[in-house]
Design a protein around this ligand. Sequence first.
Ligand SMILES: Nc1nc2c(ncn2[C@@H]2O[C@H](COP(=O)(O)OP(=O)(O)O)[C@@H](O)[C@H]2O)c(=O)[nH]1
Ligand SMILES: [Mg+2]
Length: 368
Amino acid sequence: MRAVSILAQIVAADTAPKIMLLLALLVSIFGIGVVVVGRRNSAATSAQTSKKDGQPVGNSTGESLQAKDLSVRDRLSKVRATFAGAISIALTSSSITQQTWDDLEEALLRADVGVASTARVLAPLRELVKTKQITQPSDLISALQNEMTAQLSQNSRELNFDSSLGAPNIWLVVGVNGAGKTTTIGKLSAQQRALGRSVLLAAGDTFRAAAGEQLETWASRSGAEIVRGAEGGDPSSVIFDGVARATSRNIDLVLADTAGRLQNNTNLMEELAKVRRVADKGSGKVTEVLLVIDATTGQNGLTQAKQFSLATQVTGVVLTKLDGSAKGGIVFAIETELQIPIKLVGLGETIDDLVAFDAQEFVSALFN
Ligand SMILES: Nc1nc2c(ncn2[C@@H]2O[C@H](COP(=O)(O)OP(=O)(O)O)[C@@H](O)[C@H]2O)c(=O)[nH]1
Ligand SMILES: [Mg+2]
């Protein structure tokens, strides 16, 4: 026994430093492991928050937060650069001559205001000059700004939501391909959810499989439900099913996406007219038909607006991509020639980039 305990002491004395060394080694390997894994995790998280399904996500990265901080005026810098520049050139001469009117007219037309709206904006100014209420070119600027604002402020821009309906409100979203319908629905869904309304997205663009997937991403991002149909299926029945689901679940609002092939395709217009009829036939009610127009497509947007309006009785326009447009005059052409109010404006691709259209703010951002 004694021999055994002496042997144990010798072994202990001999291995203790080795064990300590082993322990130290283990601790440092483990430590490095933790740091490496930790770094990998944080890299993966930040990659996830900055891009989800290949699409930019608002509010999650420094970049988007910075974008959100930019004011509406900042986002309209492209429109302002061309418009304000052209106007100030028109008004540099020492007196108001025919040239002044020609230059002003050209500046308005270049900004996409359109022939009829340009005439309507300039007529009251000509009168002010004729009656000598204005004599200096520089005084024309504020008169022009006032007149442009006055042309826009007539219509109500509230989104129609009837809370006494006892059934889902349906907002149809129509427009040509690429105008920004699906993106607008995603942004709108987030806004309506923030107001405390429950939302269901109906994937009525059944022509492209990708459209349904894109809407699915927006549904999960904004906390909305979604109803999708088979690819190539009947858009009306998808929307009808969406309304039925919304009714059974007491959901307040159905945002219905639609396909948007070329506007000169008469079948599309027939299809949309049918979508509208079928949507109204179910348990819900269409309280808003939003036509999405890409601001960068210019006067072509006006032709689109006329056709879509005939097919679906458009109640409001969403003007997208104003952040990337060097023109903005289409706002006047749409409102004064079609009498359809612009209700929302898209100023970027992320979830926060949809704002209520404010005529005064818009016109003042054009000038300074
Ligand atoms: N810069 C900018 N891009 C936008 C805006 N709205 C939509 N887009 C982009 O326009 C493209 C087409 O949008 P999408 O919603 O798929 O159009 P849809 O075919 O009408 O559904 C996408 O790349 C969007 O991110 C906007 O207000 N500003
Ligand atoms: Mg789409």
